[in-house]
Design a protein around this ligand. Structure first.
Ligand code: SF4
Ligand code: SF4
Ligand code: SF4
Length: 635
C-alpha cells in the first residue's frame, strides 16, 4: 500500500511506501515491544485508582474537592463558579500548548478504557482497524465550541443588558454535591461501555477521541501550536515500526520523513513510536510547531465524498435522537452512540451494495453471497439503528411537550389558587396544555424508561386541564423516582393541589416529605399551615406560619394568613399590624392580590379575602373579566 505525499522542496506529489503492510520490510523484522506502554498503563491505573479514592473519600466524609472533570468548566464560564474541573482543564490546555497532548495519552480515564478494550480485543486475536473520515474529525471541535464558547458568547450578549460581562467568580473548589452533574451509576456503566468499548470495536482504538471527545477538540488545536513534538534524526531508515505501533493511527514514518516531526494532531505523545524505533531515530524535542505546515500526505479514507456527507447527516440525526432522551443520556454518551450508528449504517450500506466485505477476520459477504457473519452484522445493525430511531421518536415528543410546557403563560401561584384553574387559561395556554399533554403521553406510551422530569411536567398540564386526580397521582409517581430539589418540588406541588382539593391530611404528609428533602423550601411551611388551619389545628397552623416568618420575614401570603388568624382570635391590633406588614411585601400586581384573596377565602378568612379582591379591582377594574376566559369566549 502507498500513501501519496508531496516533497516540500519540489512540491511534486509522490508516494511513500507504508512498510508495515504485507510484503513490507517490517514484516521481516519483528517490531519490538514498547517499553513506555507499561509505564503508561501504570500511570492510567494509578489515575483510575485516584479517581476511585476521590469518590470513596466523598462517600465517606460527605465533602470533597469538586470533580476534576473538564465539563465542569462550563459552570465557571457561565456563572463564575470556579471549580477543580476548570482549573484542571485550563492547566491541561496550557501544558498541551507547550508539550502537546500528553494529558490525553497519560492522564485520561477514557483513553484508559479504550486501551483496555483494544488490549482485550487483541488478546482475542482482533485488532481494531481505524475508521477514517475527513468530515467527522471536526465533530470534537464543533462540540467543544458549542459546549464552552457558545454559552459564553450568549452570556456576553445577555450580560450587556443585565449582568457584568465578566461574571463574579465564586469559590466552588469544595463540594458536598460531588455527583450532582454526573449521570446515575446505571447510566454511567452503559456510557463507559459505549464510549470506551463499542467505539474502539467499530471505529478503532481512538474512535471516541477522534470523532466524539469535545476536550480532544481543544487539545488537538493546542497541539498544533505546541513546540513539543516527536522528532526524527537522520538515523531513520523508514522501517515503519513506529507507524505499526501507533494506536492514534498516525503515519509516523511518513510524517517524520516529510516534515521532520509528527504533525498529526491525533498524536497523544504515548511515546510508543520512540520506544520501538530500532534505530533510536525518534525523540521528543522542542522546535518549530506544526501550525502553518502544509499537509501533503494523503491518507486512505474509509468513505468517498458523497458517503462522507451521508455519514455526517447520519451522525447528526443519531446524536440528536439520543441526546438527553428520557433526560438520561448525557451529551458525550450521545456522541458515542452517534459514532457507532454512523459506522454500522455505512458498513451495512456497503454490505448490501458490495460483492465482498470483511469485518475484522470475518467475511461478511463473498462474491455477492451473504455469509452468516454478514447476516449477524445486519441484524445487529438493524437492532441498533432501530433503537436509535425509537429514541429519536421519544425524544421528539419529549422535546415538543417541553416546549409547550415552557410556553405556558399562567403563573403557578395563580393556577394554584383554586382547584380548577382551566377557566383562567388563555386560548394560547389551552393549546399549550393540549399539545403538551399529547406529546408527553405519546412519549410515555412508547418509552423504555421513565422520564422523571417529563412526568412532573405532564402532572402540571393535567392539573391545568382540570384533571386534578391524575395530577396528584403523577406527581407522586414522579417524586418516587426523583431526588433532591426536583423531588422536593414535586412533593410540594402535590401537597398544594391536595390542599386545594380539601385532602389536607394527605397534603401534610406530602409537604413534610418535601421539607425533609429540602429544609430550605419555606413555601412548604406556608402550605402546611393552610392544611393545619383547615383541619382545625389552629395553634399548630400559627406555629408553622410563625416558623416560616422566622426564616423569611417577607412572605406576604403567610403574613396575611397570620393576620387572618389573629383576627379570628380577636387580636385586632396584632392583625392590623400583620396586615400592614403583608401589604409592604405585596407586589403591586392585581393578579397577586386576586390570588391571595382566593387563598384566604379557601381557608375561611373571608374578610381579609374581600380586601384583597377590592385592592385587585382598584388596580385593574377589568381583571375578573380579563382572567375569566370562559366568560370572554361565551361573550
Ligand atoms: S481526546 Fe478526550 S477521551 Fe481522548 S484522551 Fe483526550 S481527553 Fe481523553
Ligand atoms: S523513525 Fe524509527 S521506527 Fe520509524 S521508520 Fe524511522 S527508523 Fe523506523
Ligand atoms: S505518533 Fe508516536 S507518540 Fe504519537 S501517538 Fe503515535 S506512537 Fe504515540
Amino acid at each position: 500500500m502507498k500513501v501519496g505525499c508531496e516533497d516540500q522542496k519540489t512540491k511534486k506529489k509522490r508516494s511513500i511506501e507504508l512498510p508495515v503492510l504485507p510484503n513490507s520490510p517490517a514484516k521481516k523484522g519483528k517490531v519490538r515491544e514498547s517499553r513506555t506502554s507499561r509505564w503508561r498503563a501504570a500511570a492510567l491505573i494509578v489515575l483510575t485508582l485516584l479517581m476511585a479514592a476521590h469518590v470513596i473519600q466523598w462517600l465517606y466524609s460527605g465533602v470533597t474537592v469538586s470533580p476534576i472533570e473538564p465539563s465542569e468548566s462550563m459552570f465557571t464560564l457561565q456563572s463564575g463558579a470556579v471549580n477543580a474541573g476548570f482549573i484542571f482543564f485550563s492547566l491541561a490546555i496550557l501544558t498541551t500548548l507547550i508539550f502537546g497532548r500528553f494529558v490525553c495519552g497519560w492522564g485520561c480515564h477514557i483513553v484508559a478504557l479504550q486501551d483496555l478494550c483494544a488490549w482485550l480485543l487483541k488478546k482475542m486475536g482482533l485488532t481494531p482497524r481505524p475508521f477514517r473520515s475527513r468530515l467527522l474529525v471536526f465533530v470534537p471541535l464543533v462540540v467543544a465550541l458549542y459546549m464552552f464558547v457558545w454559552p459564553t458568547v450568549l452570556r456576553v450578549f445577555a450580560a450587556a443588558k443585565t449582568d457584568p460581562i465578566i461574571p463574579q467568580f465564586t469559590n466552588h473548589l469544595i463540594t458536598t454535591e460531588f455527583w450532582a452533574t454526573f449521570p446515575p451509576i446505571w447510566v454511567a456503566i452503559p456510557f463507559l461501555f459505549i464510549c470506551g468499548f463499542m467505539t474502539v470495536y467499530f471505529l478503532g482504538q481512538k474512535g471516541f477521541c477522534t470523532y466524539a471527545c469535545p476536550y480532544g477538540g481543544f487539545f488537538a488545536v493546542a497541539d498544533k501550536f505546541a513546540p513539543g513534538k516527536i522528532r526524527v534524526t537522520d538515523a531513520c531508515n523508514e522501517c515503519g515500526h513506529c507507524t505499526a505501533v501507533c494506536t492514534s493511527n498516525v503515519l509516523v514514518h511518513a510524517e517524520v520523513k516529510q516534515y521532520g516531526m509528527v504533525v498529526d494532531q491525533g498524536c497523544m505523545k504515548c511515546m510508543d513510536c520512540v520506544s520501538v524505533c530500532p534505530n533510536d531515530a525518534l525523540y521528543f524535542g522542542f522546535g518549530k510547531p506544526a501550525v502553518g505546515v502544509p499537509k501533503t500526505i494523503e491518507k486512505n479514507y474509509s468513505l468517498t465524498w458523497p458517503q462522507e456527507i451521508a455519514a455526517a447527516v447520519i451522525f447528526f440525526v443519531s446524536y440528536m435522537a439520543a441526546w438527553d432522551v428520557y433526560q438520561l443520556v448525557p451529551m458525550l454518551m450521545a456522541l458515542g452512540v452517534a459514532c457507532v450508528t454512523t459506522f454500522v449504517a455505512m458498513r451495512s450500506w456497503k454490505l448490501l451494495n458490495q460483492g465482498d466485505l470483511t469485518f475484522y477476520r470475518y467475511s461478511l459477504k463473498v462474491a455477492g453471497k451473504m455469509r452468516n457473519a454478514g447476516w449477524i452484522f445486519l441484524l445487529f445493525s438493524a437492532a441498533w439503528i432501530g433503537l436509535n430511531i425509537h429514541s429519536g421518536w421519544v425524544r421528539y415528543h419529549e422535546r415538543a411537550g417541553a416546549i409547550a410546557f415552557a410556553n405556558l403563560q399562567i403563573p403557578d401561584e395563580l393556577a394554584l389558587a383554586r382547584p380548577k384553574p382551566d377557566q383562567w387559561l388563555t386560548p394560547a395556554d389551552r393549546n399549550n396544555v393540549a399539545e403538551g399533554e399529547r406529546h408527553f403521553r405519546l412519549a410515555s406510551t412508547a418509552a423504555l424508561f421513565t422520564n422523571r422530569e417529563a412526568i412532573s411536567k405532564l402532572a402540571w398540564l393535567e392539573y391545568l386541564a382540570g384533571n386534578t386526580d391524575d395530577a396528584v397521582q403523577l406527581l407522586g409517581k414522579a417524586a418516587d423516582k426523583q431526588e433532591g430539589q426536583t423531588r422536593a418540588m414535586s412533593l410540594y406541588y402535590r401537597g398544594a393541589i391536595l390542599n386545594r382539593l380539601g385532602r389536607n391530611e394527605e397534603a401534610i404528609t406530602s409537604l413534610d416529605q418535601a421539607m425533609a428533602e429540602r429544609p430550605d423550601l419555606i413555601i412548604t411551611l406556608e402550605e402546611k399551615g393552610e392544611a393545619l388551619w383547615q383541619l382545625g389545628r389552629r395553634d399548630e397552623a400559627i406555629t408553622t406560619w410563625g416558623q416560616a416568618i422566622e426564616r423569611n420575614p417577607g412572605l406576604p401570603i403567610t403574613l396575611s394568613m397570620l393576620s387572618g388568624a389573629a383576627t379570628s382570635m380577636g387580636k385586632i391590633e396584632t392583625a392590623a399590624s400583620l396586615e400592614s406588614e403583608a401589604a409592604d411585601y405585596t407586589p403591586p400586581d392585581a393578579r397577586f392580590n386576586w390570588m391571595l384573596g382566593l387563598r384566604l377565602k379557601n381557608i375561611g378568612m373571608n374578610e381579609l379575602a374581600e380586601k384583597q379582591f377590592a385592592t385587585a379591582r382598584k388596580i385593574d377594574p377589568k381583571l375578573e373579566l380579563r382572567l375569566d376566559w370562559n366568560s370572554r369566549e361565551k361573550r
